[in-house]
Design a protein around this ligand. Structure first.
Ligand code: NAD
Length: 476
C-alpha cells in the first residue's frame, strides 16, 4: 500500500496514528495515511507561528512572496497529471474533472502571485499638522484551513493562495476522506522553496485533529469549507481563541428554466450542474424550477441525457459519472431518496445504488411537484435532481428563496429584463444567467445564510487575510 506523510515545519513526518484510505471505485484500502492528533497539530501551529514572527518569512518581501507563488503555480502545472490521478484515486472524482480542475488550481496560484505586491496600506489625512497617520496592512496571523474531501486541491488553493499573498503562515487540514492529493501537494510547497513552517499540511479526523486546530490559542483566523453542522462546531471552538472565521458551506441551489430559454443548452447545463462530481459539489444545481408549460418536455430531455451518461471507473477518460467518495455518502443518498419517495416524490429515472464493488449511485431525477419532499430541503451531496414547476416569475422567486441556504443559482431565459429582475431577487452569493458553474480567480465566490460568510477569489480574499495597524507619528 502507498504511504503518505505530513508536512510540518519544512519536513515530512509520520502522524501520531495511521489510517487506511479507501478507493471509492473498489471499496478496498489502497493507501495508508498519517493521522494527526493534538500533539501534531500543536507542532504545526507552533511552526507556523515561529515562521511568521521569528523566521525567514518575517523578512520575506511581498515581491519575493509573489515569486514563490509563481514558482508554485508552475510546479502545480508541471505535476498536474500526478495530482489529478491521486485525487481521482483517493476520492473517486473522475479523471476528466480532476484534470480540468488542476489547471484552474495553477491559475489561482498565478493570480495570487500577482496580487502579493499589490496589497497596499493608506495615508490618512488627519486634521493635525504635526501628525502623520497611516495604515499598514499586516498578515492576520497563523491561519487554520480546514477543507472537505471534494476538490481538496482547489478548495485549499483559494485559501493558501491569498493567505500567502497576504504574508500569513498556515496549517492546512486535509479531509480524512481522500487526503492524498493535498499531502502530495506539500512536496511542491517544499520544492518551490517556501521557508520551513510557512505552509504545514496534515490530515486527521474532524473531532480530534480539526477541533484541536480550530481552538488552538495561536490560530488567528480559520478558513473553513464544509457542512453547516461542522461550521457550528468550529465556531464554538473558536470561542476559545476568538479567531475570526470565513465559512464556505453547503447549498441547495435553484436552477430556474423559463419556457423562452434555449432548452437544449439549459438541459446540458443542468445535467453538468447536478451530475458533475457525482453531485458532490457545493454549487450543485440540485433544485430544478421549470416553467409549468415546458415541464414535461424539459424533464423528458433531461431524462434522456441522464440515462445516456457513461458510468464507470474514475480513472477512465471516457467515464462521465464515477462513484461517490465514501460508502457513508452512498448510504446517505440512498436513504434521502427513499425518504423522498416515501413522502410522495416520483422517480423519473435512477433511484438506486449499483450493486457490486465501489460506491456507485445512478444519476437520479425525482419529480417533487406538490410534495413536501425532504430532497428539496436537505443537501444531498449526490447525483440527485429534484424537480418542481412554477407558473410565473413571482412563484419562481418564492421557491428559489425558500431555503436557508444561498450559495449559487442559475437562471435560463432569453428575456433580458426578467433576467435582471431575477438577479436582484434571488438571495444567493452567485447568480449564473444562461450558464452554470463558471468560476475565475478574479470573481469572488461565497454564500448567503446557511451557505456561510466570507468570499474566496478576487483581491478582497487576500485583504481578508490581513488586518490594519494604525500608525501615529509626531512630526514636530
Ligand atoms: P464536513 O463538514 O463533514 O468536513 C469538512 C472538514 O471539516 C473535514 O476536513 C473534516 O475532517 C473537518 N471537521 C469535521 N468535524 C470537525 C470539527 N469538529 N472541527 C474541525 N474540523 C472538523 O464536510 P464534508 O462532508 O467533508 O464536505 C461536504 C460539505 O462541504 C457539503 O456541505 C458541501 O456543500 C460543503 N462544501 C462547500 C463548498 C463551498 O465552497 N461553499 C465547497 C465544497 C464543499
Amino acid at each position: 500500500m502507498e504511504q503518505f506523510q505530513h508536512y510540518i515545519d519544512g519536513a515530512f513526518s509520520d502522524g501520531e496514528g495511521r489510517f487506511p484510505s479507501i478507493d471509492p471505485a473498489t471499496g478496498a484500502p489502497w493507501a495508508e495515511m498519517p493521522e494527526a492528533r493534538e500533539a501534531d497539530v500543536d507542532r504545526a501551529v507552533e511552526a507556523a507561528h515561529k515562521a511568521l514572527y521569528e523566521g525567514a518569512w518575517a523578512k520575506t518581501t511581498a515581491t519575493q512572496r509573489g515569486k514563490l507563488l509563481y514558482r508554485l503555480a508552475d510546479l502545480v502545472a508541471a505535476n498536474a497529471q500526478k495530482l489529478a490521478e491521486l485525487e481521482t484515486r483517493d476520492t473517486g472524482k473522475i479523471i476528466r474533472e480532476t484534470s480540468a480542475q488542476i489547471a484552474y488550481v495553477a491559475d489561482y496560484y498565478r493570480y495570487y502571485a500577482g496580487i502579493a505586491d499589490k496589497i497596499e496600506g493608506s495615508y490618512l489625512p488627519i486634521d493635525k499638522p504635526d501628525m502623520d497617520v497611516w495604515l499598514r496592512r499586516e498578515p492576520v496571523g497563523v491561519v487554520a484551513m480546514v477543507v472537505p474531501w471534494n476538490s481538496q486541491l482547489f478548495l485549499s488553493a483559494v485559501k493558501i493562495g491569498p493567505a500567502l499573498a497576504a504574508g500569513c503562515t498556515m496549517v492546512v487540514k486535509a479531509s480524512e476522506d481522500g487526503p492524498a492529493p493535498l499531502l502530495e501537494f506539500a512536496r511542491l510547497i517544499d520544492e518551490a522553496g517556501f521557508p520551513a513552517g510557512v505552509v504545514n499540511i496534515l490530515t486527521g479526523f474532524g473531532s480530534s485533529c480539526g477541533a484541536a486546530l480550530a481552538r488552538h490559542p495561536k490560530v488567528a483566523h480559520i478558513a473553513f469549507t464544509g457542512g453547516p453542522e461542522t461550521a457550528r462546531h468550529i465556531v464554538r471552538n473558536s470561542a476559545e481563541n476568538l479567531a475570526s472565521t470565513s465559512l464556505e458551506l453547503g447549498g441547495k441551489s435553484p436552477f430556474i428554466v423559463y419556457a423562452d430559454a434555449d432548452l437544449e443548452s439549459a438541459a446540458n447545463a443542468q445535467v453538468a450542474g447536478i451530475f458533475a462530481a457525482t453531485g458532490q459539489s457545493c454549487v450543485a444545481g440540485s433544485r430544478l424550477l421549470v416553467e409549468r408549460s415546458i415541464k414535461d418536455q424539459f424533464v423528458g430531455l433531461l431524462k434522456a441525457k441522464a440515462e445516456a451518461i457513461r458510468i464507470g471507473g474514475p480513472l477512465d477518460m471516457a467515464t462521465e459519472v464515477g462513484p461517490l467518495a465514501t460508502s457513508r455518502q452512498r448510504d446517505h443518498v440512498t436513504a434521502l431518496v427513499e425518504r423522498s419517495v416515501a413522502a410522495g416524490a416520483r422517480l423519473v429515472t435512477g433511484g438506486k445504488a449499483l450493486s457490486g464493488d465501489g460506491f456507485y449511485y445512478l444519476p437520479t431525477i425525482i419529480d417533487c411537484d406538490g410534495v413536501a419532499s425532504p430532497s428539496l430541503a436537505e443537501e444531498f451531496f449526490g447525483p440527485v435532481l429534484s424537480v418542481v414547476s412554477f407558473e410565473d416569475e413571482a412563484e419562481a422567486v418564492r421557491i428559489a428563496n425558500d431555503t436557508p441556504f444561498g450559495l449559487a443559482s442559475g437562471v435560463f431565459t432569453q428575456n433580458l429584463t426578467r433576467a435582471h429582475r431575477m438577479i436582484k431577487s434571488i438571495r444567493a452569493g452567485v447568480v449564473w444567467v444562461n450558464t452554470y458553474r463558471a468560476v475565475s480567480p478574479i470573481a469572488p465566490f461565497g454564500g448567503y445564510g446557511l451557505s456561510g460568510h466570507g468570499r474566496e477569489g478576487g483581491m478582497a480574499a487576500a485583504l481578508d487575510f490581513t488586518r490594519t495597524k494604525t500608525v501615529w507619528l509626531r512630526t514636530s
